[in-house]
Design a protein. Structure first.
Length: 267
């Protein structure tokens, strides 16, 4: 018998990790003081209730207040008493590896064809960027286990880098930084506002995303100052929108917003 210190539940199987949170579990014998205090009378009452509902002997009597996980399916061949979350994770992992392998093989073939039929390697680099972007997005933003805020931010970063790479390979005219970068900031500002409205009870959790957007808009203004971005109005709009959102949240949010910043930066 083992116990997860994070979830606080007892597990009857011989496993070294919690099936819910993947935390390393500790033997229940080490947690006697934390075990639920359930009297013998309460235990007998629960057992009688279970016996009254189930006509078969499949129901087990709870002992010592231990919480037992029942597998969601009818099969109990492997003896587990909780959903097989590892099996689904392994399937996703296998799919990711298959896609990565096919991408590498396909890229090698396309690079060889490009080299043999053209004046050196050219368009195959664009395909390489597409392959890298697709695999990174798949692993981080789609099947990754990180929170959705991290997925949104990572998608933003890799999309801008991907399009900047395309720009460099197609003449380096600067359209990616000039138009895509500030436009992406504006889209992120709108997305943040929508998320805050949808999750109104936990709106302060989006303040770090707001700070990230302010930082990105400052970088855009710097690029305008050094004339890397030759159309400044989008960058200026992105700067204004991100600052408006952050300052509005800080002022209107008052103590709750300041508390969130103190908690994040440990000040």
């Amino acid at each position: 018998m083992t116990k997860c210190m994070k979830c606080g539940v007892y597990i009857t199987d011989n496993t070294d990790k919690c099936p819910l949170c993947q935390q390393v579990v500790a033997p229940a014998s080490e947690q006697q003081n934390d075990a639920p205090d359930v009297s013998t009378d309460d235990t007998d009452s629960v057992a009688k209730l279970i016996d009254g509902i189930n006509d078969t002997d499949s129901a087990e009597k709870p002992t010592d207040g231990m919480v037992k996980f029942e597998k969601s399916t009818a099969s109990h061949d492997n003896g587990t008493r909780y959903p097989d979350v590892k099996g689904a994770s392994r399937k996703y992992r296998l799919l990711e590896n298959i896609i990565l392998f096919l991408s590498i093989v396909g890229q090698i073939v396309l690079t060889t064809v490009d080299y043999m039929t053209g004046q050196g390697i050219n368009w195959s680099f664009i395909v390489l960027l597409v392959v890298i972007y697709a695999n990174v997005t798949l692993r981080l933003a789609i099947v990754g286990r990180n929170g959705y805020i991290f997925k949104i931010v990572s998608t933003f970063v890799f999309t801008v880098l991907f399009l900047e790479g395309i720009d460099l390979l197609t003449g380096a005219s600067g359209w990616a930084l000039t138009f895509v970068f500030p436009s992406a900031i504006l889209v992120m500002v709108i997305a943040t506002i929508i998320l805050m409205i949808v999750n109104i009870r936990n709106w302060q959790s989006y303040m770090m995303m707001q700070l990230f957007l302010v930082l990105m808009s400052v970088i855009a203004i710097i690029l305008v100052a050094v004339r890397v971005i030759w159309f400044p109005y989008l960058a200026m709009g992105a700067m204004g929108a991100s600052l408006f959102l952050f300052l509005g949240t800080l002022i209107i949010g008052d103590k709750r917003a300041r508390t969130e910043l103190k908690r994040r930066f440990h000040i």
